[in-house]
Ligand binder design. Structure first.
Ligand code: GLA
Length: 726
């Protein structure tokens, strides 16, 4: 049983039976409160070991100051726990400090839905077991129901909290995080930081005797910090060692705090923030969910758990399992300067080359010929597309291409018909300057009428059936976060309300148009998070399409996100972001590690490059099910080595694709051996040239990557080895 309760010891044991155990216990505290504490969090324990887990705090009835030591399962502020807490509740008299005492529990097969929130799901009740632990504050009647779901086959634990106000006074959930973890021993932490065009760079650091804070207060998860954090044993690396991964299924402002106290206990709390939700008597509030996985096989082991879970039980709809189309996007080919003829010249070439989807990016609507105007006016510019979207789509469909369209629905340009009609529809603070970023303001997604307007407008666009794909962009973050429709006392909850409003729109549209493939984007990868993945199975990874930079960005992104979520395009050289010139082959081999596309003018490529593209199209079509649905492993780190490598393996290890990148050349170089992982070391494998290899040699000694043997002694070289078990 993944979740058991020992009534005599009042202990709960949550385990997937293989990778983790968590032991929670009800402990009587002075004052008569049965508190809920976490006695053990680590490798899986046999049932018999659970009763031997350490005791909680206080160790004796006379022990004072235990609040600052007790490993609370859901620590609250205002009662002498001076470490980061998961919950702070302001009462109507202005004081803060619920005493959340154990009040009961249920254990049941399955997993509850989180109303209005994205979450991992199950397809059969037998896939999961849930423990709901009710904690109650006797004074206010506040209930916090801690929901823990063990997804056994995916080796994951999903944690969220449902608050219910069963009292008579209005309460304010100032802080309402999804979970807390308490660990002992030596740990380091790793997270993904970034910037526009430089997203998700892994950073690893010791945990100080202080609080490490990872936060976004931008109204989006953001380029700067991904809602993810790993705790690692100091000796853990990509291939081995103990790692906990913590990933928040939320796309808005968030908080993760890790604290090491003076006794070397490590606590982590994670969830949405700021919250400031006013909870009236009788009302509920659900936190988003945090997903925890544990691995003894290093960071790759952790990543593979997230990949499997997110690809199969977070992404939804028919596109979850469909092979993603090979696309061409006109953005870097034309920017705003296009007409139908120009677009069709690219599309015609794309069709001839065997591509499958044409994506029309920014600039097709209103009078938008630059980024100064028209966001909100989602009507086609017939100067550019005389036959409208339908007419253009017909021409693409006649070429055998699907039609994709760029939208930035959450935005409004001050120079737009929409803004002239509804100047109060944007986020703003009365009497304050409305700060623009990229010449635009943000629609107030907390307002139901604005949500409805977007649902209707986009349904209108999609209703004709002409559009097969949407790139949903979002190019700025919050400044004056005020809403014309919210009461002053609710204003601080705008960050949460914005995201709940957006999720409502996304839920409605993706359910209404299941066959449309949605791709999330936010100035590149500024909202690459599990929340968006629940609605859109792929995300534009970064506006930086330089091959060398992309190796690092895709490497970092793969820490949490499956390859099927990572969109990767080949763009022109000199690269528009960094000016670097790399070969078409190198750019293609890098983009092969994601949902591949082209973002350049196919109609103006040299015959040599077109020949390479033709080959790439064949390669993508041959290997994409392995790439998008196989198991991905990082092999050699581009942040610490001039050689990077990764691989894709079929579930049964019968097929492997190994990609090796020389980021810069070295004179008289070392011999490079890439040790292949996830390979049958008892079997023989054969490459496409008919050379046979022993799986054991590839695994334990490695494959010798010979750059320069074809006279190509340059930076930015790449090798792709395809192996089949014989
Ligand atoms: C963002 C996206 C780009 C492109 C532009 C269009 O920056 O990340 O891919 O769509 O907007 O304005």
């Amino acid at each position: 049983m993944p979740i058991t309760y020992d009534a005599s010891a009042r202990r709960f044991h949550l385990t997937d039976g293989k990778t983790f155990s968590r032991v929670l216990a009800v402990i009587d505290e002075p004052g008569g409160n049965p508190g809920l504490q976490e006695l053990y969090l680590g490798a899986a324990l046999p049932e018999a070991a659970v009763s031997c887990a350490p005791q909680g705090f206080p160790p004796s009835a006379s022990f004072d100051g235990y609040h600052q030591l007790a490993p609370y399962a859901y620590p609250t502020a205002g009662r002498g726990d001076f470490r980061p807490t998961a919950c702070a509740v302001r009462e109507s008299d202005g004081t803060c400090g619920p005493v959340l005492a154990y009040a009961g529990h249920t254990i049941y097969p399955g997993k509850p839905l989180l109303p209005g929130l994205p979450a991992v799901y199950i397809e059969a009740e037998a896939e999961a077991t849930t423990l709901e632990l009710t904690l109650r504050d006797a004074k206010t009647g506040l209930e916090a129901v801690l929901c823990y779901t063990v997804l056994e086959a995916f080796h994951a634990l999903a944690c969220s909290v449902r608050f219910h106000n069963s009292g008579t006074q209005a309460l304010v959930l100032e802080k309402a995080l999804s979970c807390a973890m308490n660990l002992t021993g030596e740990w380091e932490l790793m997270h993904l930081y970034g910037a526009w065009s430089r997203e998700r760079q892994p950073e690893r650091t010791a945990i100080p005797h202080a609080t490490f804070t990872l936060r976004s207060n931008r109204g989006a998860s953001g380029h700067e910090h991904n809602p993810f954090l790993a705790l690692l044993a100091p000796t853990a690396d990509e291939r081995q060692g103990e790692v906990w991964g913590v990933s928040l299924v939320w796309s808005g402002s968030f908080l993760m705090e890790v604290n090491k106290d003076v006794r070397d206990h490590v606590r982590l709390v994670a969830g949405l923030d700021p919250c400031h939700w006013r909870l009236l008597p009788g009302e509920d509030f659900h936190t988003p969910e945090t997903v925890l996985v544990r691995s003894d096989a290093g960071l790759n082991g952790m990543s593979q758990r997230f990949h499997a879970l997110y690809r199969r039980r977070l992404c939804r709809g028919p596109w979850r399992d469909r092979i993603r189309p090979l696309l061409v996007n006109n953005w870097e080919a034309t920017y705003f300067d296009f007409n139908e003829e120009k677009l069709l010249s690219i599309a015609g070439k794309a069709a001839e080359l065997g591509l499958e989807l044409f994506v029309l990016d920014d600039g097709w609507f209103g009078k938008r010929n630059n980024d100064n105007c028209s966001l909100g006016d989602w009507t086609v510019n017939t100067d550019k597309l005389p036959g409208g979207l339908e007419g253009f789509a017909e021409k693409l469909h006649a070429l055998g291409l699907r039609f994709g369209l760029w939208l930035e629905p959450e935005m409004i340009s001050p120079d737009s018909e929409l803004y002239r009609a509804h100047p109060d529809w944007c986020l703003h603070a009365p009497g304050r300057y409305r700060t623009q970023q990229r010449n635009q303001l943000i629609l107030d997604m907390s307002r139901p009428e604005i949500q409805d307007y977007l649902i209707d407008t986009i349904s209108g666009l999609l209703g004709s059936g002409a559009i097969d794909y949407i790139k949903w962009d979002m190019n700025r973050n919050f400044d004056e976060a005020g809403s014309a429709a919210l009461a002053p006392e609710d204003m601080k909850s705008l960050h949460v309300r914005y995201m709940l409003g957006l999720y409502r729109v996304l839920e409605t549209l993706t359910a209404r148009f299941p066959d449309v493939l949605f791709e999330s984007c936010s100035g590149g990868g500024g909202r690459f998070d599990p929340g968006m993945l629940a609605y859109m199975p792929q995300t534009w990874t970064s506006d930086d399409t330089d091959g060398v930079e992309r190796v690092g960005i895709q490497w970092g992104t793969s820490t949490v996100y499956p390859v099927s979520a990572i969109s990767a395009h080949v763009s022109a050289v000199p690269n528009h972001q960094v000016g670097r010139v790399t070969t078409m082959k190198f750019r293609g081999d890098v983009a092969l590690g994601g949902n591949m596309g082209y973002e350049l003018n196919l109609a103006t490529q040299t015959p040599e490059d077109l020949a390479v593209i033709r080959q790439q199209v064949d390669t993508v079509k041959r290997f994409r099910s392995l790439i998008q649905q196989g198991r991905f492993t990082r092999l050699r780190d581009p942040f610490t080595s001039r050689i990077a490598a990764w691989q894709f393996a079929a579930e049964d290890q019968a097929e492997i694709l190994l990609c090796v990148f020389q980021l810069h050349a070295s004179p008289n170089p070392e011999d490079i051996y890439i040790r292949v992982e996830d390979i049958d070391d008892q079997a023989l494998y054969m490459d496409d040239a008919g050379v046979t290899y022993a799986g054991g040699v590839l695994k334990h000694q490695g494959w010798r990557a010979c750059f320069g043997e074809n006279g190509h002694r340059e930076d930015h070289d790449s090798l792709v080895l395809h192996l089949r078990r014989v």
